[in-house]
Design a protein around this ligand. Structure first.
Ligand code: GDG
Length: 472
């Protein structure tokens, strides 16, 4: 089979920093696939240039070729901060209250998708498999088709897919979805998002869905399927058993002096339900005075998309909330919420997860949520912690032995925190074993293998991606 051309908004160049664990599991896995199949990872460099030139910065690092372009400030405003993160992201997370519709955003989004297509087009060879990622690049395939690209092209959507009634609030929604149907394969995280998508194409576009979820469109067949993403289990468990993880674990444990630890790790994003989580923890402390001074919530929340107003607001809200709750429940030697606005190396994160008796993963809406899986992978199987997981995270469909909660219900989450902290060892182990099996088996390599197999087409063998040697 041909090479892989991976196209995403940003590219994670495998560097020495990557090998040391700064890259996420997805980047590690995509790099492995690119090493195995050969190919190129194409996207925006993250840099701005006064005038778009289309100059391709090609680099080869650790066996992976990357090609990046710089964008103009107006592109970044309208495409990235605009249509992608002020329009599609909130809409896809069911937040039409935060969704901004601006004609300039839409135009900027189309312009940048065209710039992506123009730049990547000369890199595509006849047998290559083209794999596009996420909501930034939904119309890219249709632009490539317009340039004569006949290759098989797949799309994986990392976010939820919204219900038809919400999507219908987007101007030109039908044009956007029609452009997606130029792919050969469209992948979603879960059957829930897949069903929403199929509902849309049936009800709004009047298209027929075959038994195998194939959609007939303009005489072509598009396969739509769920491919739940996982973590790089081998890479993460290795990170969790490193000296760096042990040091982080011991440092955190020593600092709480015997108190129970609840941990949350999320990009600072309104979809992650951080405000509701803090209130739930406060409610738990209020409802259980006997727990006063006995449990700490460590929330790691590296800032994200800080140029977008709704992200500035959530940051301010959380700072206010943390101050308020800590003011009400703190003591001279105790602060209940440790709210940390910075990122940590993956190995340290793994150590923190392992130190925490409870993993609190309560997004209001999430395509999948990998933190839930990382928390499970990092636990000591002989004395595992308890995962509290929002039923509105895609991962809840796989991680059924977690304590599933409605993150909007402060009472429910507060009661569940008590349940988790009181859970006997035998039940913790029983739940953890099942959760671990799911996280281990449906890992990112499995996801990659399944997607590439589907993208290769019914009569082609994808090669065994699962047997790849991973580079440290
Ligand atoms: C999108 C979808 C879907 C976080 N803080 C630090 C850090 N992280 C890492 C976590 C985890 C990743 O970031 C976050 O992944 P999530 O899946 O939780 O969420 P999104 O960023 O919103 O990702 C999501 C995902 O795409 C994949 O398809 O699951 O639903 O929204 O790996 O560990 N990593 C490090 N330091 C930090 O402080 N090193």
């Amino acid at each position: 089979m041909g090479r892989l051309i991976v196209i995403s908004n940003r590219v994670s160049v495998p560097s020495a920093a990557g090998a040391a664990g700064a890259q996420g599991g997805l980047a590690v896995a995509l790099n492995s696939a690119l090493r195995e199949h050969g190919g190129i990872w194409f996207g925006w460099s993250g840099q701005e240039t006064a005038e778009f030139t289309g100059h391709l910065d090609m680099q080869r690092n650790n066996g992976v070729t990357t090609a990046t372009i710089d964008l103009e400030p107006q592109d970044v405003d309208e495409y990235y901060n605009g249509y992608a993160n002020r329009t599609l992201w909130p809409l896809f997370h069911y937040r039409i209250d935060l969704t901004e519709y601006d004609r300039n955003f839409g135009e900027g989004y189309e312009r940048v998708n065209e710039r992506f297509a123009d730049s990547v087009f000369p890199l595509i060879e006849p047998d290559d498999l083209v794999w596009v990622h996420d909501y930034h690049l939904l119309p890219l395939a249709s632009i490539l088709r317009g340039k004569g690209v006949k290759n098989r092209i797949g799309l994986f959507v990392h976010t939820p897919w919204p219900p038809t009634r919400l999507l219908a609030s987007l101007p030109f929604h039908e044009r956007l979805v029609a452009s997606m149907l130029e792919h050969d394969v469209i992948g979603f995280q879960t059957t829930e998002w897949l069903e929403s998508f199929l509902h849309y194409v049936q009800k709004e576009m009047g298209l027929k869905i075959g038994l195998d979820n194939s959609i007939e469109y303009n005489g072509r067949q598009v396969i739509a399927r769920a491919f739940p993403i996982g973590i790089d289990f081998a890479e993460f468990t290795e990170a969790a058993s490193s000296a760096q993880a042990k040091e982080a674990h011991d440092r955190l444990k020593a600092s709480v002096r015997g108190r129970k630890i609840l941990i949350g790790v999320d990009r600072l994003d309104y979809s992650k339900g951080l405000g509701e989580r803090f209130e739930s923890f406060s409610r738990f402390l209020g409802d259980h005075p006997e727990m006063a001074g006995k449990a700490v919530l460590l929330q790691i929340a590296p800032p994200s998309r800080g140029d977008v107003t709704s992200y500035q607001q959530i940051r301010e809200d959380l700072e206010r909330k943390t101050g308020h709750i800590n003011g009400a429940h703190a003591d001279v030697d105790f602060v209940p919420i440790r709210y940390v606005n910075r990122g940590y190396p993956r190995a340290e994160l793994a150590g923190f997860y392992r130190a925490a008796e409870v993993g609190l993963v309560t997004p209001l809406r999430d395509g999948m949520n990998l933190v839930a899986k990382e928390y499970i992978a990092a636990q000591d199987p002989e004395n595992p912690g308890v995962l509290i997981l929002s039923r509105f995270a895609g991962s809840a469909l796989q991680l059924k032995d977690a304590l599933l909660v409605n993150p909007h219900s402060v009472e429910h989450v507060a009661e569940t925190i008590k349940l988790a902290l009181d859970m006997p060892l035998a039940e913790r182990k029983r739940r953890h074993q099942k959760l671990l099996a799911s996280v281990r088996e449906e890992d990112v390599i499995h996801w990659l293998d399944q997607f590439v197999k589907a993208l290769s087409g019914p009569d082609k063998d994808s090669g065994n991606v699962a047997s790849l040697d991973r580079v440290a």
